[in-house]
Ligand binder design. Structure first.
Ligand SMILES: NC(=O)c1ccc[n+]([C@@H]2O[C@H](COP(=O)([O-])OP(=O)(O)OC[C@H]3O[C@@H](n4cnc5c(N)ncnc54)[C@H](O)[C@@H]3O)[C@@H](O)[C@H]2O)c1
Ligand SMILES: [Zn+2]
Ligand SMILES: [Zn+2]
Length: 346
């Protein structure tokens, strides 16, 4: 089969590789129908994720059709159309039982294994471990594009931004970073009933997209951002979400949150940040962090099915599976192409 293979930092190729086979009785094999690329894949290609070794097939978001089931799989069958989420869940360990598959103990203490610790889904076929407790059957009448982004960024925005942030009806929130993840947070904050949604980004094009994902106010990042946000939300916002992953934006979130509010960090950080406890200790704030678990995917699937959430709006560019390299070129230069997410279909 063909697959996108990591060849070490800076190296990727659409190669011919062996077809995957069932290894464990809880596995299924899916034919990948639709997949996409994540910012994390770009981090891997830069060499930022050393656990990913040469020869690994990348990708951790897909919709596919089951073509083979392991001996222990009884709840799924050949022909089932399923969403394969970024996070694998054994369903049995302590973290899985409390809905925190992000830290599933069966698969190395981390639920993110596709395109990381095992071969991923940017391929014609993929082996899916712990299939029954990990994949979700796509509801009748719902397209691949409507559910593809529920594999990773929608539950990330919802669980790590909205739920961790404790967004309540009428809340004023700020989302710093209006990339796909920040936009997913805005989209799901709207569903949670947020009143004012302030989008903050350095790129005017991203702020323009934000208006289409529920932002009621937009603020250009930079020196004046704090003041502008506080003019919209005197006293501070109820919830400040960080969706960039750099010290400056985390710091901004701690300065714009109201007393008693929450800073929900979503961004993946590569450098330490100074936490100004000398100013924050008196503010009664909560700071949350986390890796997505995907526990809200069933809820999000119902919202997609019922037309309450148009996740497909995140897909701005389309490619055939054989055009994987071009899809990477476009997604890797998202600013140049005004791209959010790419949709890659077999
Ligand atoms: N916690 C999790 O489970 C999880 C899951 C997926 C992604 N993430 C992380 O979420 C973050 C966002 O992901 P993404 O795919 O949307 O990334 P992205 O790079 O597409 O978007 C980031 C946005 O931040 C903006 N930005 C950069 N510097 C800024 C600044 N100083 N002020 C305001 N805006 C600024 C950029 O213009 C861009 O629009 C990343 O750090 C990613 O690794 C976390
Ligand atoms: Zn991802
Ligand atoms: Zn588990």
């Amino acid at each position: 089969m063909k697959a996108l293979v990591f060849g070490g930092p800076g190296q990727r190729s659409w190669d011919t590789v062996d077809d995957p086979g069932i290894q464990d009785p809880t596995d299924v094999i899916v034919k990948v129908d639709t997949t996409t690329i994540c910012g994390t894949d770009l981090h891997i290609l830069k060499g930022d994720v050393p656990a990913v070794t040469e020869g690994r097939i990348l990708g951790h978001e897909a919709v596919g059709t089951i073509v083979e089931t392991g001996a222990a799989v009884s709840g799924l069958k050949k022909g089932d159309h399923v969403l394969v989420p970024a996070i694998t869940s054994c369903g049995r360990c302590g973290p899985c039982k409390v809905g925190m598959a992000a830290h599933c103990e069966a698969v190395g203490g981390i639920g993110w294994i596709f395109g990381h610790l095992i071969n991923g889904v940017q391929a014609e076929y993929a082996r899916v471990p712990y299939a029954e407790t990990s994949v979700h059957v796509v509801p009748e009448g719902v397209s691949d594009e409507q559910v593809l982004f529920l594999a990773d960024i929608l539950p990330t925005g919802y669980e790590i931004g909205v739920q961790n942030g404790g967004v309540k009806p009428g809340d004023t929130i700020a989302v710093v970073g209006a990339g796909p993840v920040g936009l997913a947070a805005m989209m799901t904050a709207q569903i949670a009933g947020a009143g004012r949604i302030i989008a903050v980004d350095m790129a005017p094009s991203r702020l323009k997209h934000a208006e289409n994902f529920g932002a009621t106010h937009t603020v250009l990042g930079g020196e004046n951002a704090e003041q502008e946000i506080l003019e919209i939300a005197p006293g501070g916002v109820d919830v400040a979400m960080e969706a960039v992953g750099v010290p400056g934006t985390f710091d901004l979130c701690t300065r714009i949150v109201r007393a008693g509010g929450t800073v929900a960090n979503i961004g993946v950080h590569g450098a330490p940040t100074t936490l100004h406890l000398e100013e924050l200790w008196i503010k009664n704030i909560t700071i949350t962090t986390g890796l997505v678990s995907g526990s809200t995917i069933p809820t999000l699937l119902k919202l997609a099915r019922d037309g309450r959430m148009e996740a497909e709006k995140l897909g701005t560019h389309r490619f055939a599976l054989g055009e994987m390299e071009q899809a990477y070129d476009v997604f890797g230069a998202a600013g140049e192409h005004d791209a959010l997410k790419v949709v890659i279909q077999a």
